[in-house]
Write a protein that binds this ligand. Structure first.
Ligand SMILES: C[S@@+](CC[C@H](N)C(=O)[O-])C[C@H]1O[C@@H](n2cnc3c(N)ncnc32)[C@H](O)[C@@H]1O
Length: 220
């Protein structure tokens, strides 16, 4: 099996032009897969393009670098946040991606073979973890379209998430800046404040549209 480190060594050994061509081809495949799913199912995806490297770098900061953590990504899409998460994870960690889109889950299995990809719904988080022998997790990184979710679904997925979090674990959520001003976006912000003792926000402007990050800890 090729490890992530082997892959990185192989990539580094290639001439610069060949590496640039591989990177461009991968990015093109990601955009095409993402865009095709977004066109078919705009409410499920909630975006036209994957998030930028700047967003991924911010998100990855909550990933523990020691021990044997379990990190869950809700809605990894084509995996634009996943490499940054993977790079910080220590050996023995588990990186689980729960993706609702069948084509996107297939794409992840092919292109991110190190991730445990589940084709499933974030709303079934606890049972999906239970089936894999996991009780609590150390971080949940979510980029599902929270502000487009109906009230009960927002509530249900958030409850599943808080029950899955270990003490001191982090929960992060991404929303687009304009979406944050909608009724669903405002509802989500209030719900986070009612659910967590600590809610921090950060904006990444180097994304179109800009992204508002929520970083939450210590559910009540
Ligand atoms: C805005 S995209 C984000 C994709 C990627 N993480 C990124 O940052 O570019 C939202 C993703 O969440 C997935 N999704 C939406 N609802 C979901 C749910 N209930 N459970 C799991 N995935 C879901 C969509 O299929 C889509 O891939």
């Amino acid at each position: 099996m090729t490890t992530h480190q082997d892959h990185r060594r192989q990539e580094a050994a290639k001439p610069l032009r060949s590496r640039a061509a591989t990177g461009a081809a991968t990015m093109f495949t990601e955009y095409r897969t993402f865009f095709a799913t977004a066109v078919r199912n705009p409410r499920m995806v909630g975006a036209a393009t994957p998030t930028s490297a700047a967003v991924a770098a911010t998100v990855a900061q909550v990933v523990p670098t020691t021990g044997t953590p379990v990190v869950v990504e809700l809605g990894p899409g084509t995996g634009s946040l996943s490499n940054g998460i993977r790079e910080r994870l220590p050996a023995g960690a588990r990186h689980i991606g729960i993706e609702l889109g069948a084509d996107l889950a297939e794409h992840l299995r092919e292109h991110k073979p190190w991730m445990e990809v589940i084709h499933g719904n974030a709303g079934d988080l606890l049972s999906l973890l239970d089936e894999r022998g996991i009780g609590k997790v150390d971080a949940v990184i979510s980029s599902i379209p929270w502000s487009l979710l109906p009230d009960e679904e927002q509530d249900h997925i958030l409850k599943q998430t808080t029950e899955a979090l270990a003490p001191n674990a982090a929960f992060t959520a991404l929303t687009y800046l304009p979406a944050d001003r909608t009724a669903g976006g405002r509802r989500f912000r209030v719900r986070l404040a009612e659910t967590f003792d600590e809610v921090l926000t950060h904006t990444t402007w180097r994304n179109l549209p800009p992204i508002l990050h929520y970083l939450c800890r210590r559910p009540f």
